[in-house]
Design a protein around this ligand. Sequence first.
Ligand code: SF4
Ligand code: SF4
Length: 366
Amino acid sequence: MPEFLKDLLQTAFRMVPWPTEPGLRRVGSPGRRSPVLLTANYDLTVRRLVRALRGVDAWLLVAPAGGINVWCAAAGGHLTTHQVVTALKTSGVAEQVDHRELVLPQLAATGVEGLAVFRRSRWRVRFGPVRAQDLPAYLAANGEKTDSMRRVVFSLHDRLEMAAAWAAPISIVLAAGALLLRPAWTLPLVGLCFGLAAAVFLVYDRIPRHRKLVVGGAATLASLAAVFLAGGGSAAHAGALLAPAALLGILTMDYAGSTPTEGSGHFDGQDWKITLDLERCDGVFRCWEVCPEACFEKREAARVVDLAHDERCVRCGACVVQCPQDALFFQDGAGRRIEPETLRRFKLNLLGKRTVGVPAVDDDAA
Ligand code: SF4
Ligand code: SF4
């Protein structure tokens, strides 16, 4: 199948796994000092990564991770410390290179604990840029990350991809029903589905939660008025009511944990805040390296970090998982804490809730 068709298919149906063969691959003509990069065995990711690395010589270690993307695999417990250590030990990569440095995607930081990988394999982990296209510049700069390389931006391209991934499977169901009952409605329904999904993903995180009902209500009234003015019949009025209702339903849905910019649903309705114990911080800057919202600033001279932008925190937990000193944790207004070790066991389920293997928060409270 041509590459662009594979891209299209796997983007539109990214909700289902697209596994590719795990194992060690050559990119270009790697040698004994070439970098070793690791990613999840999601076919679309691996093909995009290889395209981004054109002109670079590197070893690519594809780890078994359920055939899903890095963020979901790491947050959901499919790309873990264990998977990474196993891939390092079974792939034969150690015989191919003279160094023991592994570059992981930054978004793997919620699930793969760098220090634990080192303890179990003696490979040092660095977290590379968020996006594959920044890898050549990152490698050329000897692993120095610019601000834009480490910050997650939910770009127009990302939003449209997410919209396509939502609309494609729903469209198939709608189209099948319409073809059976009202073939003439097939194309308008599919168009409406893609249009609504695009509209939602362009704006849902930009509208404050309390205004979403107002937006949905206004859309419903506008839609009914448009049909009334156009002289539509009862079927058109029903459609005019249903479409904004669907829009409102998707707009108000809880997306917690579904992207790196959505906080974990485990914290819903609670005031857990990321907290830094400066006494423990020894300036390794792992938190700075992995935070997708660039909440930390380095104080190089004092070898500590500042939690300078905690208002941006989406409570993904990556910094807590990676801090080798356990200097970071979540704390609520009543002084209760979620300890780093507990957070390292949290995994997101399909609804973005951190529930797998999680003791009740109260059990962990100090
Ligand atoms: S908070 Fe932890 S990871 Fe961040 S600089 Fe301090 S010791 Fe390092
Ligand atoms: S500061 Fe917040 S957003 Fe940044 S890594 Fe930590 S938990 Fe995630």
